[in-house]
Design a protein around this ligand. Structure first.
Ligand code: PMP
Ligand code: GLN
Length: 388
């Protein structure tokens, strides 16, 4: 009997994540891992120290189900300061085990079997798996090329909404493309969510990592949206601590209650000593985050220049840890094959974008490189890429 035959049918398409597959290949071949998106330097020292202190001071048992009060208050303050969004830290903020659990809690907590969940294609892989776990039906709205960047396919956006639409998972800044949705795209999403009474679940984990002076507009700030929006973020990418798994979700009490109902039977709670440390960082280390975003912009420029130099076509990365490159000028048009061979051939790992799409054809060739790495690591990766 195979592993697959014992796995529930609805989960079989999701058995190994592309990140696990490519990271394993990177380890096997000693490759530089520009596949899975995680930084190779630590977050702010005062945050690390606060976590050590929390352990020493005995914050080692279950935290409260909704999260420690200092983190919930810090999350609420943060959103007030950055976006003038007011959330009650006791009823409208829930701490989760990373953004991943926030997304899962929201989808499982909100939808009925057969309800439709809309997402932008290419989509972060956890969305599709989560919708399958909740016995929902996935509907996708593709991005389309727009100059050297991407925008939403407006016709497909309008077509995606219907009587069964329950939730729209809106991811901007967008993984894997590094696109920041335009104000017009955001406004159109808001209009349709209101018209079709759809709840927006906004994955904004890259909210602070925008480049070239761009700014992030949460969908929840648009008229009529706060009451139908759950905003999700996470310490992982903001403070370089992907292993801590501290996330949060904010929204009106009835949507938070639905999320909490599911969440409390997923993990119940998590990351006890890391919660006060992230609260400290949100209150005191946004200067560190601004410097980190500026450094990431330089890293984006470094990897973009190297990829162009080798002969790739490169899409504009406006935010996030990621840039997408088109290897067709090098005579390569199968991104999956290319990524499977890359670690062994030249000692670099990347991920193919098509695995994040239902309709793989338009994304067949595209490859995502993660650049949240030390400058010397990017320089070494650039040297290796030149062997192509
Ligand atoms: N959403 C997106 C778009 C991501 O790229 C990631 C990976 N950081 C997550 C969610 C998961 O976040 P976390 O590690 O906080 O669970
Ligand atoms: N968010 C990270 C990425 O997109 C990976 C997270 C994971 O391994 N699931 O690369």
């Amino acid at each position: 009997m195979s592993f697959e035959s014992r796995t529930a049918t609805r989960l079989r398409p999701f058995m190994t994540t592309i990140f696990a597959e490519m990271s394993a290949l990177a380890v096997e071949h000693g490759a530089i891992n520009l596949g899975q998106g995680f930084p190779d330097t630590d977050g702010p020292e005062s945050m690390l120290e606060a976590a050590r202190r929390a352990i020493t001071d005995g914050h080692n048992q279950y935290p409260p189900g909704i999260g420690v009060p200092e983190l919930r208050h810090a999350v609420a303050r943060h959103q007030r300061e950055h976006y003038e969004l007011d959330y009650d830290p006791d009823r409208e903020v829930l701490i989760t085990v990373g953004a991943t659990e926030a997304i899962a809690g929201a989808v499982v907590g909100l939808i009925e079997p057969g309800d439709e969940v809309i997402m932008i294609e290419p989509y972060y892989d956890a969305y599709a798996a989560t919708v399958a776990m909740a016995s929902g039906v996935r509907r996708v709205v593709p991005l389309v090329e727009d100059g050297d960047g991407f925008r939403l396919d407006r016709e497909r956006l309008a077509d995606a909404f219907g009587p069964k639409s329950a939730v729209f998972i809106v991811n901007t800044p967008h993984n894997p493309t590094g696109t920041v949705l335009s104000d017009d795209d955001i406004a159109e999403i808001a209009r349709l969510c209101i018209e079709f009474d759809v709840i927006a679940v906004c994955d904004e984990v890259y909210e602070h990592l925008l480049f070239d002076g761009r700014t992030h507009t949460p969908l929840a700030t648009l008229p009529g949206m706060r009451e139908r929006t759950l905003r999700i973020s996470s310490a992982a990418k903001t403070f370089n601590c992907t292993g801590w798994k501290v996330g949060w979700i904010s929204g009106p009490p009835e949507l938070i209650a639905a999320t909490k109902t599911a969440k409390q039977y997923m993990s119940y709670v998590g990351s006890g000593p890391f919660q006060p440390a992230v609260a400290h960082a949100l209150d005191n280390e946004m200067g560190w985050v601004r410097a980190s975003a500026a450094a990431l912009q330089d890293k984006r420029d470094m990897i973009t220049a190297a990829l162009l130099d080798v002969g790739f076509d490169v899409h504009r990365s406006e935010a996030t840890y990621f840039v997408c490159a088109d290897p067709r000028p090098l005579g390569v048009d199968d991104g999956i094959e290319f990524c499977r061979s890359l670690p062994e051939r030249i000692g670099v790992a990347a991920v193919p974008v098509s695995v994040f799409a239902d309709d793989r054809e338009p994304w067949h060739h595209l490859v995502r490189f993660a650049f949240a790495k030390r400058d010397d690591v990017i320089a070494e990766a650039a040297d290796r890429l030149r062997k192509l």
